[in-house]
Design a protein around this ligand. Structure first.
Ligand code: SF4
Length: 461
């Protein structure tokens, strides 16, 4: 029996990192580690880092500096605190992290965290450990299964990584360098994980991958499956009420996935489909491998499959060489599609990517002015989209207690947060809700039966 110890995992960046952080905690459980939200009492602190944002590396070093003070305080109290750096910055920086930040004991790449217990044993023997090679074995074959108690803590909705890495090499992006080439998990392994999650009370699964619709994991007949086929298989898992996937690339939106939207009621009518720019010239220079027309064509095919589909996207403004005319092409694309929301980013050079060395960088003033214009337009569309729900009924998956007593929070099919007065025993169920008010960040509603007949609520049914 291992000595009880505590691990604090701090996750930065995308859902894939959140998922990896959960799996790291699961991997460490057999070694006696339980999770703690309190950094100061941890025996092990893991920073699961992200390389996407500007100055990501500097931010990691400053975070390490902050944790080092806790480590020194623990040492004064006669305790030891190990510090590990994981994720994309670990993958990119490797042993440079140990050289620059001596307080770090362990650097572990995105593909290697299944070996954490063995690495920690080496750290305890006084070694500084760096493990960032892309391994021959697949971490998913070796990882401990998610534990029932840890799943239960995570709630009704769970992420499941089905694919990692990317072969697209967009000119601005570090993912192909930090996460490696595309690798997909076999269908049955994913089905087993989803069955386990469903048995522990999870009702909604979001399949995640850097390029999730490039999924090509092997099916039980030995042939590669598509994401559409995988979704069809997962829709049969008892207890799973909703399926989602993110993040997709327009080029990989194949017929099996589009047909899945037409055929699977469990597949939610919400697609996050990054476009990055509305200008063909910029798209070509970004090496996106699709045009504006291609993107509009994909949207049209998806809308033909399911009329109520809504779209969100990612945009980068101020890519090197972007002119005002290019930027206006982005604005007109937003108007043409009418996105329900979007993530907008100012372009910032990532060392090692082709666009980083271009001489025609855009000035910070122009970039931030364009960002504001784009955000204002997207907010306008988002408000219009949400306003359209006033008085309408929606299916809401109730997820957890809200801030007010007697209130629950759930999600609409379109991922809007919905606050509703409802008894706690409805958590985990999908309820028909009448939207009574549209707020800036969420919708407010009443259970539809109560809205139709207030006596229903008074009777406590
Ligand atoms: S498709 Fe996405 S993950 Fe792949 S290189 Fe382009 S932006 Fe990065």
């Amino acid at each position: 029996m291992s000595k009880p110890r505590k691990v604090h995992v701090k996750s930065f960046g995308c859902q894939m990192n959140v998922y990896d952080s959960h799996r790291m905690a699961d991997t460490l459980a057999p070694a006696g580690f339980t999770e703690t939200a309190r950094l100061e009492e941890a025996d092990l602190v893991i920073l699961n880092t992200c390389h996407i944002r500007e100055k990501a590396v500097e931010k990691v070093y400053s975070e390490i500096g902050r944790i080092r003070e806790f480590k020194e305080e623990a040492a004064r109290d006669g305790r030891s605190m190990m510090i590990a750096v994981a994720g994309c910055v670990a993958q990119a920086e490797g042993k440079e992290i140990i050289r620059r930040a001596g307080a770090v004991d362990l650097v572990v790449g995105s593909q290697n965290y299944h070996r954490l217990p063995q690495m920690l044993a080496r750290v305890q023997d006084g070694e500084k450990v760096v493990d960032t090679e892309f391994p021959v074995e697949d971490k998913f074959d070796v990882l401990a299964a998610p534990r029932r108690d840890s799943i239960a803590k995570r709630g009704i909705s769970a992420f499941v990584t089905v694919q990692e890495g990317c072969d697209k090499f967009c000119a601005f992006c570090v993912v192909p360098y930090t996460r490696g080439t595309e690798v997909s998990r076999p269908v049955e392994k994913i089905v087993t994980e989803v069955e386990r999650l469903a048995a522990a009370g999870v009702r909604e699964i979001t399949l995640i991958g850097q390029n999730v619709n490039a999924y090509h994991g092997l099916a039980s007949d030995g042939a590669p499956a598509t994401l559409g086929k995988l979704l069809r298989r997962l829709a049969q898992v008892p207890g799973i009420l909703r399926l989602r996937y993110t993040t997709s690339h327009p080029r990989d939106m194949d017929d099996t996935l589009i047909d899945a939207h037409a055929e699977l009621p469990a597949l939610m009518p919400y697609v996050h489909l990054p476009v990055q720019s509305g200008s063909d010239r910029v798209l070509a220079e970004m090496n996106r491998r699709h045009t504006r027309e291609d993107y509009l064509g994909v949207i049209a095919r998806l809308r033909a499959a399911r009329a109520d589909l809504v779209f969100t996207s990612d945009f980068i403004v101020g890519f090197p060489g972007e002119t005002e005319a290019d930027f206006r092409d982005t604005l007109t694309l937003v108007d043409e599609i009418g996105f329900a929301g979007a993530y907008t980013f100012i372009y910032s050079p990532r060392p090692g990517t082709p666009a980083a060395d271009r001489p025609d960088q855009i000035s910070p003033e122009v970039k931030s002015e364009r960002l504001q214009r784009l955000q204002a337009l997207i907010t306008q569309h988002q408000r219009k989209f949400n306003a359209g729900f006033a008085g309408r009924e929606l299916d809401v998956l109730l997820e957890k207690p809200g801030r007010l007593p007697g209130q629950l929070v759930g999600r609409s099919p379109y991922l809007q947060a919905v606050q509703v007065m409802a008894p706690a025993n409805l958590i985990g169920s999908v309820q028909r809700v009448t939207v009574t008010e549209v707020g800036s960040n969420s919708l407010f509603g009443a259970l539809a039966d109560e809205a139709r007949n207030p006596a229903f609520a008074a009777a406590g049914a």
